[in-house]
Ligand binder design. Structure first.
Ligand code: SAH
Length: 525
């Protein structure tokens, strides 16, 4: 017990999880705490409560990290059998690639268009997906790319960054069929069902995927960033006195040196025993009374946060993990090109800062290349606030109930990602975010759906298809594409945003800036 408690306490202060060690979800069982007599909803709830009693209240990010990817039955890392599938009608949520094959096909076409726009490289291309779920999106992307043999041939490998062992199995089955799954130094590897030459490689962490200057990566992250932990801060009036004590008595301070507000962090702790009731949420949020290590630097990293600090009770959510992922992606595309301060001006592209970091090897990428497409929910241009949510069986539930069984997510701060990408690499630029409706419409979703329907009807007419099946397919395609571009207040077309990170190409004099397809641009095939 002591050992596992210390282990959780240690994990609470870490951002990267280890491999799943144990299978802990047992339906209907509850876990009795050794000291208070409360029966906790999950073993993770019990262990978190005991660890917090030892370490003190923890940041929301640490709570989220444990709930999502803890060794001890995290939402994604539980080794419980796949009968508790998170996706689909019987699971907790449905995602766009699961709604319609057209979604993945258009992402595939977007990649083809970018590959063409960037000069049709014949080697050194790789695909990468962050958090591929069941693998449906990558399956649709690969099927689409298969119709463009010069690109299909140029792809050396497909990397899948996946924390969940059970989802890795599902992805392997879909993408590789019966081809064997081998354990490797990096993670796991198999070959595509489409081609014995195409390696499919799994890594639990992005940092394990090699970064090479001569490679052209095409990266997709769909509903990945919303699953990364956030810190929550609230503006709190600064109690710094307005007067200064002098030997002759207090005097009014002429100018306040401290700002009138400061950011305080929201922390998670178990409810006190007298308020713990079975079947109710077991953890709660409270505002830290003092500064925390995170409140002292995270809200200082961007003027966006400083601008609203003096608004009473302003709340902001910051995801440093998302920022570090996007930094890694930007460097893969544009290189980090750090330069010593004396020469930084000459090395940076005009008008851009050179990224510097002492801790990592620089990636010098003479020719920025590739693209990243980030699709997720979140406001297009404001800082998310109060968006931490629990999701279970398609309903919103408290994020503080049944840790590890309830899915947790938060809105993605697209502008923070854009800012980080641009600051991390002098070789990239950002397009969007555009609403999913605008992006998919520009990519031709309606035409593609019509094509699918026409093909199904033709097949039926030539006596190949069964009437009932075709009617079912037509209905599914129709309702699917319309749902993806629904611009209603709660529609997916409005709530989801699409943002692209691309190589920075300064426009030639007198010419407009190049726009990628889906973001106002076009490409000739
Ligand atoms: N992109 C898929 C799945 C979205 S759910 C779809 O749209 O259908 C989130 C995915 O990210 C899951 O595959 C989950 O296992 C993975 N994931 C969550 N946190 C992760 C992390 N920290 N590192 C790697 N993968 C993670």
């Amino acid at each position: 017990m002591r050992r596992s408690l210390a282990h959780t306490a240690r994990q609470l202060s870490r951002s990267v999880h280890g491999r799943p060690l144990s299978q802990c979800r047992v339906a209907g069982a509850r876990w009795l705490s050794s000291d208070a007599g409360h029966q906790w909803s999950t073993p993770l709830a019990k262990q978190l409560a005991e660890a917090i009693t030892t370490t003190g209240p923890i940041p929301v990010a640490s709570y989220m990290r444990q709930c999502l990817t803890s060794d001890l039955g995290g939402y994604y890392t539980s080794t419980a059998p796949l009968d508790r599938d998170q996706f689909g009608a019987k699971g907790d949520f449905v995602t766009s690639p699961e709604i319609s094959q057209v979604f993945g096909e258009l992402v595939g076409i977007w990649i083809v268009a970018e590959w063409i726009a960037q000069g049709r490289k014949s080697e050194g291309v790789y695909l990468m997906e962050m958090g591929p779920g069941r693998g449906t999106l990558m399956d649709d992307v690969l099927r689409t790319i298969h119709n463009f043999p010069p690109l299909a041939k140029a792809i050396e490998a497909v990397y899948l960054v996946e924390a969940s062992a059970s989802l890795r199995q599902a992805q392997h089955k879909l993408l590789c069929g019966d081809n064997a799954l081998r354990e490797t130094e990096l993670g796991h590897e198999s070959t595509s069902k489409h081609s014995p030459h195409l390696r499919i490689i799994w890594a639990e962490d992005l940092r394990l995927v090699p970064k090479e200057a001569d490679k052209m990566p095409f990266i997709v992250a769909h509903e990945f960033f919303d699953a990364l932990p956030i810190h929550i801060f609230q503006a709190h009036p600064n109690q710094a006195p307005n007067t200064i004590q002098t030997p002759t008595g207090p005097i009014e301070a002429r100018q306040r040196s401290a700002p009138s507000s400061q950011w305080r962090e929201m922390l998670v702790s178990p409810k006190p025993p007298h308020r713990l009731k079975e079947g109710e949420e077991e953890f709660e949020l409270s505002l830290s009374r003092t500064a925390t290590p995170h409140s002292m630097y995270l809200p200082e990293i961007s003027p966006r946060y400083q601008r609203i600090r003096d608004i009473q009770d302003a709340t902001i959510e910051i995801s440093p993990e998302s920022q570090s992922y996007v930094r890694d992606l930007a460097i893969r595309l544009g290189g980090s090109n750090p330069a010593p301060p004396s020469t930084s001006k000459s090395n940076a592209l005009p008008g851009r800062k050179a990224a510097t970091s002492t801790a990592e090897e620089p990636l010098i990428k003479p020719e920025p290349s590739g693209a990243a497409l980030i699709i997720d929910y979140g406001p297009p241009d404001t800082i998310p606030a109060n968006t931490l949510r629990g999701i279970q069986a398609h309903a919103r539930v408290s994020p503080f109930s049944s840790p590890g069984i309830v899915d947790l997510s938060a809105d993605v701060d697209f502008l923070a990602l854009a800012e980080t990408a641009i600051e991390s690499s002098p070789g990239v630029e950002v397009h969007g975010p555009a609403s999913q409706a605008a992006f998919l419409t520009a990519m031709g979703i309606e035409e593609r759906a019509a094509q699918l329907i026409k093909r199904a009807l033709e097949k039926e007419r030539s006596a190949g298809g069964k009437k009932g099946e075709v009617t079912e397919l037509v209905k599914r395609v129709e309702s699917g594409w319309k749902r993806l571009v629904d611009r209603g207040p709660q529609g997916m077309g409005r709530l989801y945003q699409v943002m692209a990170i691309l190589p920075h190409t300064p426009p030639k004099e007198g010419e407009p800036r190049r726009r990628p397809v889906g973001f106002g641009g076009d490409v000739s095939v």
